[in-house]
Design a protein around this ligand. Sequence first.
Ligand code: G6P
Length: 369
Amino acid sequence: SMIHKGEYLHFMEKEIFEQPQAVKDTLLYACNQENNCFSYESFSMRERDFKEISRIRVIACGSAYHAGYVLKSVCERLARVPVQVELASEFRYNHPILETGELVISISQSGETADTLAAVREAKKLGAKTLSIVNVIGSAIAGESDFVFYTQAGPEIAVATTKAYSCQLVAGYIFSLLLAKAKGKINDTEVHSLKDELFLLPGKIQQCLSLDSETLPMAKKLKDDKNIFFLGRGLDWAVSMEGALKLKEISYIHCESYSSGELKHGTISLIEKNSPVIALISQEDLATKSISNIHEVKSRGAKCFAFTMENISVEENDFTQILIVPKTRPLFAGSLLVVPLQFLSYQVSLLKGLDPDKPRNLAKSVTVE
Ligand code: G6P
């Protein structure tokens, strides 16, 4: 390949470190050169196209599917437009019903995933407008969609996505912001304040790049476990799905994400002495609820780790270790939380003597159904 790892041990590590730049490039890509505002045109859409959206269906696979849940959370909160997230491989077999005004958004790093491509084709057949958020220019999914937004992650080599996922989150934020603006759900002051906060993300992601020294002791404590539980509520749940996938795909440890409140409806029966639980707690309004779920697992012997944000109060006694990311708007917390989660996966993989760039049985891009 023309791309080299340079000073890095693996492409995954290199790509984790490229995230501040990739996110910045994606933010700049979305800006109009003249007035420096996010532009509808970066999605190759007009304001009118945004105004016409009454519902959204997101279709994607793997990590891109998880990015869809972040988009749902942010979009529903900012723009008050309902979003349904579906696995691309399921979409066609659910006798899909698409309403007038429903925009189908496909998210894909490669732009070549067979299931996602087939779902886009099905959506078009049903008469829906389609937007794709893809990383590869000229890819099949981009070509078949009415509208395209290109994430600016650059080529991603490691099978486990890092920087492309981060750019997909950002694309989702910008889309939601533009939709909220077009729909008159947020005023200009709020649009600017959210935009300013987004432009602070690359710097804050950069700060998160020094959290590898804090995730290492955690990785050492988790590397011999057989099952790891991830917990979160709302946006934290969305991000925990990606955290669990990342860790399981390159460490071969069974990891599963559960919404904090749902755990007690079944899965808590699996919790025993020393069961590892990784809790994402970045949403202030949900923190108390999430912590009461921590108490439920702790009283059954779980060893708990917290990934939280500055200014959110969590009790040291509840956790084996607490990892704190810098403060941002709660809506954008996932962009920071994901970085230490990536480090954790990478380090567990290395500690187990595995090659994080080449996990068994997995392909970077799956072009068969
Ligand atoms: C493969 C990869 C995953 C990826 C998924 C979707 O299964 O191993 O990491 O998330 O495909 O890929 P896409 O290119 O559509 O984002």
